[in-house]
Design a protein around this ligand. Structure first.
Ligand code: PLP
Length: 401
């Protein structure tokens, strides 16, 4: 049958990273392409104990029953407390909505605000799933230039004036894909500028707690005087992504609209997942857990940076993040690392993600993302050396031409 799909999805391709998973599932491949937390960091035993306790003593029937869309009340409180670690001042659960992962929070904000053709500003490059989601609402993404410390504020104001966007989407801490962090001054400038021009900000913060260097910075939401910032975070990178649980914090009116949108999406986030996360937070397990897992990420990031310094050609500039799961490479000589992807995987048995799909325009071909959370230090050294040798050979060929 010839299916008559909606205009919204007709031309939309699958998420590029999900599409390459099949290519990477072959044995022996070292993959720096994914973005999962290290599997060794998942708190399996604690989650097992909490779940058993909840089912035996916590009112199993309630936890296996339908719940309210807003969220499981104890978690609304404990997760709001978690979000308040970033300086957020909201104390009422009326300002909070439990979401099925941060990605759903982004989706619900777009759902609440976007009409067909509305403009959205994103840092260039940005989280590719957000580009993907906004296309499903037929929004138009415009990229804002990025400096070493995040969004370029002059370009932001220029593009606010030019495109009159409804929304600015930004990852302030250890961004996916670049690993960059917005400076304090820029956070203040973004809060002030977006309030001045009436732009909604989605502050997406899945990685903020995974800081292994430098000082924690307050969220943009903590500087929100006008109620235009929606803060979205989840427990995917700090506890476990499979539990699909996060929180959005925003003005009550925005939360109300997001709640209505969520009713239509999934009714509510799994009650059992919510109760497990709440149990984890209330037992005080999060801080000790973070203390254990942050050094794992730091060790892997350091191993990748050391290998890069040792093997990679000078023509590539890399970021050196203070936290999170990713770093970013950019060929200063314009090498088409996007076009070279399949050959690179076949020849080196090592994978990166091309940066192309992280740009609003989708046409930048000289950048790539490397994930360091999912490989051990030895694998990191071997994989970076293999990629470096491949890139050096390609650069030498290009010069010889
Ligand atoms: C920047 C960013 N935002 C949001 C998400 C979504 O995470 P989740 O829906 O698991 O909370 C991710 C996941 O990798 C991400 O990198």
């Amino acid at each position: 049958m010839e299916y008559n799909f909606s205009d919204r999805l007709k031309t939309l391709e699958g998420n590029a990273i999900r599409e390459i998973f099949s290519l990477l599932s072959r044995p022996g491949i070292i993959s720096f392409a994914g973005g999962f937390p290290a599997k060794e960091t998942l708190p399996v035993a604690e989650i097992g104990r909490i779940t058993a306790d909840l089912l035996e003593n916590g009112g199993a029937q309630q936890l296996l029953q339908y719940g309210g869309t807003e969220g499981y009340s104890p978690l609304l409180e404990s997760a709001l407390e978690y979000a308040r670690r970033t300086g957020i001042r909201e104390t009422s659960v009326k300002n909070a909505l439990i979401i099925s992962g941060g990605q759903q929070g982004i989706d619900l904000v777009f759902k609440a605000f976007l009409n067909k053709g509305d403009a959205i500003l994103v840092e260039d490059p940005t989280y590719l799933a957000s580009l993907h989601i906004l296309k499903t609402y037929e929004g138009r993404a415009y990229g804002v230039k990025s400096d070493d410390d995040g969004l370029n504020i002059e370009d932001l104001e220029k593009k606010i004036k030019a495109y009159k966007p409804k929304i600015l989407y930004v990852v302030a801490n250890f961004s996916n894909p670049t690993g960059k962090t917005l400076s304090l001054e820029k956070r203040k400038a973004i809060a002030a500028l977006t309030a001045k021009y009436g732009v909604i900000v989605i502050e997406d913060d899945p990685y903020g707690e995974l800081r292994f260097a430098g000082e924690r910075l307050p969220s943009i939401k903590s500087m929100d005087a006008d109620g235009n910032v929606v803060y979205v975070t989840s427990f995917s990178k700090t506890i476990a992504p499979g539990l699909r649980t996060g929180i959005a914090v925003a003005d009550e009116q925005i939360i109300r609209k997001m709640t209505i949108g969520k009713q239509a999406t999934d009714v509510h986030t799994s009650t059992l997942s919510q109760a497990i996360i709440d149990g984890y937070l209330r037992r005080g397990l999060l801080n000790p857990h973070l203390k254990e897992i942050i050094p794992v990420y730091k060790t892997r990031k350091d191993a990748m940076i050391n290998a890069i310094r040792c093997y990679m050609p000078q023509e590539i500039a890399f970021t050196d993040p203070d936290g999170g799961l990713f770093l970013w490479g950019e060929f200063q000589n314009g090498f088409d690392v996007d076009g070279a992807f399949k050959e690179a995987v076949a020849e080196t048995q090592t994978a990166y993600v091309s940066g192309r799909t992280f740009f609003a325009s989708g046409d930048v071909t000289n950048t790539f993302r490397l994930n360091y959370s999912m490989s051990g230090v030895e694998q990191i050294d071997i994989g970076i050396k293999r990629l470096a040798d491949f890139f050096k050979k390609k650069i030498a060929k290009k010069i010889a031409k």
